[in-house]
Design a protein around this ligand. Sequence first.
Ligand code: P6P
Length: 327
Amino acid sequence: MAKPPVSENLTTLSVHLAARKPSVAPELASVIEAIALAGKSIARKVRRARIEDVLGQVGHTNVQGEAQEKLDVLSNDLMLHCLSECPAVGVCASEEEDEAVVVRPRSDGGAYAVLFDPLDGSSNINVAVGVGTIFSILPNDLPDERTAEAVLQPGSRQVAAGYVLYGSSVLLVLTTGDGVSMYVLDPELGDFVLVEPSLRLPAERKIYSLNEAYRRDFPAGYNRYLDWTHENGYAARYIGSMVADVHRTLLKGGVFLYPPTAVNPDGKLRLLYEANPMAFVVEQAGGVAAVGGRRILEISPEALHQRTPVILGSPVEVDHVTRHLAD
Ligand code: P6P
């Protein structure tokens, strides 16, 4: 039967996930929808932060030793609540939690491990810069019910990943291993609707994105690269919020970098719930995510909150960086 012509976009996230069975198992779809629900709730909190006086810091630090924003805690609680309610979630790990949180054993459902940064870039909230929730979904399939350890798997084992960007609009960008799709939250529908079924990252674009304030700390190769960009007509774009910087790179092309610095000799960004999900999305959109000459997704994690340098973006642009690092 021909579909009746309707003016509005009604391909919601749920409809789109259901249409992709069996490549997207119903249990995996339920986990993604739990994240989307948390994202809608976080979006509401972010929008009303100044009205409801939930801006500002809680007054203590998280496991990273970083000052916790009130919205970090609120977002973390919302993610843990929505994920714990989902029967397919076995274990969660968050930037805001010291240890993994076992929700239910594999024998009682719990097929997936979900790792997340509940509100990345939150220090930018009070100046209305785009912030986001980053998520990574792994199979909870280690033998002997070693559920807590299911979070310590290389990024190549991810079955889904993505982010919710709370910007001028609220976007959900998702990969389940078969390309990248993008959804926008339609506030009148109260649902994410599909706007791009197959995002492709431009092969090249003269944009580099990193914090040049640390330039003196960078290993020499990064400075050789920066000198080269300054002689070759590149534009610098750096928002200081990973989700916003990676989203721009995904849509416009270029390269995003967080090199080793004196303060963070292993880089500042966390492997499991920042670098890995973003690397999965970028690779699935035709980009490259590598550091030290190997894929970020192949790094074997040793600790939940371990950090890694990050280089990701257009293949041609990542190649320019890698060439200067190798010289
Ligand atoms: P810097 C935000 O605090 C964050 O974790 C990422 O979102 C962002 O990419 C990075 O730190 C910015 O760090 O050192 O440039 O301020």
